[in-house]
Design a protein around this ligand. Structure first.
Ligand SMILES: O=C(O)CCC(=O)C(=O)O
Length: 287
């Protein structure tokens, strides 16, 4: 039976209606889902009250999963394939390490040598209002640039640094994070390995362009981020418990919004599918 899809926005995204991922989907059914994923950039699956094991099993259909070695404090203690995105305090009462995850426009694992091809984020607890996530279509963003700008950025590499807001700012903690996450140079324009389309690969983790200073790079980085996140290229998701959103990190960037009462619980769990190797460790100065 054909997949029933409902478009989420003009820019990107489709809801897959009437699907239950806890069922063992046939190759044919999964093939339809995968084609929709490539076409729409984001898929929404509602009412998926599944276990962590089922989340992992379904995610593996998309490819090999990351074990989140670069973010060891955020992964689930018994399931390294699950990254916790939660503001639930630790049993000690200390704030959660992942309280501020995703608060910048980014593409998952862009700061590694194997950036993610896709992520599957499941909402366990949504706050009563807000806590939305926004997604931008980076094919559209690239296509809308002038030929002159496309030429200017064609050979640039952005230096991606995993420097998120860390709750515990101890020097040891910062040093550990830096050691696990050296700066990585990634092309600013990437060709999607499956669709063959060009997409902008930029975000707020990009500190400068390779061979340029931060002062020189900043205006163009800011312009490209602002351009790519124009409302007409964006879908804004309002979470419900048991939603799964699947997005293609090769042509979509996203941001978690702080538009909610942080005394309310917000708990999501993510699996991250590895992509193809890309980029190199940047040895140049970051000044
Ligand atoms: O919490 C969210 O809405 C998104 C989290 C995020 O940015 C991520 O998992 O990469």
């Amino acid at each position: 039976m054909a997949l029933k899809l409902r478009l989420l926005s003009f820019a990107l995204g489709a809801e897959v209606c009437g699907i239950d991922v806890s069922r063992n989907l046939s190759e044919h059914e999964f093939g339809d889902i995968y084609r929709a994923f490539l076409e729409h950039g984001i898929l929404l699956l509602r009412n998926q009250g599944i276990t962590r094991e089922q989340h992992i099993e379904f995610s593996r259909r998309f490819g090999e999963l990351d074990r989140h070695d670069t973010l060891p404090r955020d992964r689930h203690p018994d399931h390294p394939e699950i990254l916790l995105v939660t503001n639930e305090p630790k049993p000690s009462g200390a704030p959660s390490d992942s309280k501020y995850t995703g608060r910048q426009w980014h593409s998952d694992l862009s700061f590694t040598l194997v950036p993610s091809m896709g992520s599957l984020l499941r909402c366990v607890i949504a706050p009563p209002v807000g806590g939305d996530t926004m997604f931008a279509n980076m094919y559209m963003a690239y296509d809308a640039l002038s030929a002159g700008m496309q030429k200017l950025i064609a050979d640039l590499h952005g230096i991606h640094v995993s420097a998120r807001k860390i709750v515990d700012l101890s020097p040891e903690r910062a040093a550990e994070h830096k050691r696990l996450n050296p700066p990585i140079a990634q092309p600013v324009v990437r060709v999607h390995p499956e669709t063959g389309r060009k997409a902008l690969y930029i975000g707020e983790k990009v500190k400068c362009f390779a061979g340029m200073t931060q002062e020189e790079s900043r205006p163009l980085i800011e312009y490209l981020c602002r351009h790519a996140s124009r409302p007409e290229f964006v879908y804004r998701h309002q979470w419900q418990a048991n939603d799964i959103l699947i997005w293609d990190n090769r042509c979509v960037m996203h941001i978690a919004l702080a538009d909610f009462d942080e005394t309310q619980l917000r708990h999501l769990e993510r699996t991250t599918v590895l992509g193809t190797p890309s980029g190199y460790v940047y040895q140049g100065p970051l000044h």
